[in-house]
Design a protein around this ligand. Structure first.
Ligand code: ZN
Length: 187
């Protein structure tokens, strides 16, 4: 098991759709172990395979709230969302971050509820009905598998600020990454 480098925005692997997993073999099992370790080390509450340069439909997540503890892998996931009620996002409670845009936070509106259907590491299908921050995490990670980053979804004002921050950090070009455990880019 090893901590993998995390790809930073600008690399094509983050901006293209990922492939379905056809078989959960030793390669996939090892990859998922590395993803958990990388997520925990970063630290983050979710990590998608393209973020470590692997264009496969896999993400891991780790979240705990009053409703329970949620730590699992989602392989070949599908996601159903509740209707998005358009309003301005609250910067206090709805600011999102991403390990591929490390250290930055921008407010983004998300659907309140999400239903995930995915395979776990044993290949069994499961359903997770999520609300609140867990629903946000699932939407964020699912987006990664479609080649969408949360900064792509920001409204005009936040979008502008995000573009500026990405440029100021020298990101937005291929081949850049950071190393959790060696670099400390996430609070
Ligand atoms: Zn992300």
């Amino acid at each position: 098991m090893r901590v993998r480098d995390i790809v930073i925005t600008g690399d094509p692997v983050l901006h293209s759709a990922s492939e379905e997993v056809t078989e959960i073999d030793d390669y996939i099992r090892d990859l998922v172990e590395d993803m958990y370790l990388t997520m925990d080390t970063a630290p983050g509450v979710g990590l998608a395979a393209p973020q470590i340069g692997i264009p496969l439909q896999i993400f891991v997540y780790d979240w705990e709230d009053e409703s329970g503890t949620y730590r699992n892998v989602a392989i070949n996931p599908k996601l159903e969302l509740s209707e998005l009620k358009i309003r301005d996002p609250d910067p206090e409670t709805e600011s999102e971050g991403c390990l591929s845009v490390p250290g930055e936070r921008f407010a983004l509106l998300r659907a309140d509820h999400a239903t995930l259907t995915a395979l776990d590491i044993s290949g069994a299908s499961y359903v997770l009905k999520a609300s609140g921050w867990l629903a946000r995490i699932l939407q964020h990670e699912f987006d990664h598998l479609q080649g969408t980053l949360y900064v792509d979804r920001l409204a005009d004002k936040e979008q502008k600020a995000a573009r500026k921050a990405i440029k100021a950090n020298g990101w937005g070009i291929p081949g850049q990454f950071w190393s959790p455990g060696d670099d400390f880019l996430e609070p």
